[in-house]
Design a protein around this ligand. Structure first.
Ligand SMILES: Cc1cc2nc3c(=O)[nH]c(=O)nc-3n(C[C@H](O)[C@H](O)[C@H](O)COP(=O)(O)O)c2cc1C
Length: 220
């Protein structure tokens, strides 16, 4: 038995001040992708572990949200791209309700970015273009997992993996027809920077007119 009490999630040491930076409306670029690029570069420079890891929140027809971590694989003015299994829970939810939220938790820099938007499937051509760049084992792994389906044991997964390694021992690994990419087309992008005395900066971009963005400040 371990007699040490578990750490409280609200230990005094965690009541820290945020003071690494500020966000001022007049200094923000006109579009959120430019700002995201600057912060993503900062996250990489700060050696944040997996700076492209993000939470993806979705809800299907039953309205019950689910959230999980994914890796951002590409982004540009069109949106934020990830890849996944098309039979997974998230893919099923996105089919029922093609809207999602993304969250980048860049806590080392006292920052978060929250993106909301409609979600669209990537074309097969774009998916293949990405799939062929993946390491061979990752390509085979895409075949090996019926993601989010109940699995009777770890051994079942490992046997499947070994069988697929033999099957795809030579030649190119084809794209599974149950694997693909999605793009979150941003409707709003919020940049959060922690401030002293909990007076945090929250600058939100929302779509405005054709190709434009409105910039506003939200209360912390
Ligand atoms: C750091 C990290 C990166 C991940 N990247 C992906 C990813 O890019 N694609 C993916 O399908 N699952 C990824 N996962 C696994 C998902 O979090 C999740 O377990 C899986 O996609 C099943 O989710 P679902 O049942 O809600 O569909 C990642 C998990 C972690 C912790």
């Amino acid at each position: 038995m371990n007699a040490t009490p578990p750490p409280s999630p609200d230990v005094a040491a965690m009541r820290r001040q945020y003071n690494l930076g500020v966000l001022r409306e007049e200094a923000m670029p006109a579009d959120p992708i430019t700002q995201f690029t600057a912060w993503f570069r900062d996250a990489v420079s700060a050696q944040i572990l997996e700076p492209n890891a993000m939470s993806l929140a979705t809800a299907g027809a039953d309205g019950r949200p689910l959230v999980r971590t994914l890796l951002l694989k590409n982004y540009d003015a069109q949106g934020f791209v990830f890849y996944t299994n098309l039979a997974s829970r998230k893919a099923r939810q996105l089919k029922e309700n093609p809207h999602a939220a993304l969250l980048f938790p860049w806590l080392l820099l006292e920052r978060q970015v929250v993106i909301t938007g409609a979600v669209e499937r990537l074309s097969m051509a774009d998916t293949v273009k990405y799939f062929v760049t993946r390491p061979r084992d990752s390509q085979i792994a895409a075949w090996a997992s019926r993601q989010s389906a109940p699995l009777s044991s770890r051994q079942v997964l490992e046997l499947e993996w070994e069988a697929l390694k033999r099957k795809f021992a030579a030649g190119e690994v084809p794209l599974p027809d149950f694997w693909g990419g999605f793009r979150v087309v941003p409707e709003s992008v919020e940049f959060w920077q922690g401030g002293p005395n909990r007076l945090h900066d929250r600058i939100q971009y929302t779509r405005h007119g054709a190709g434009g963005w409105k910039i506003g400040r939200l209360a912390p």
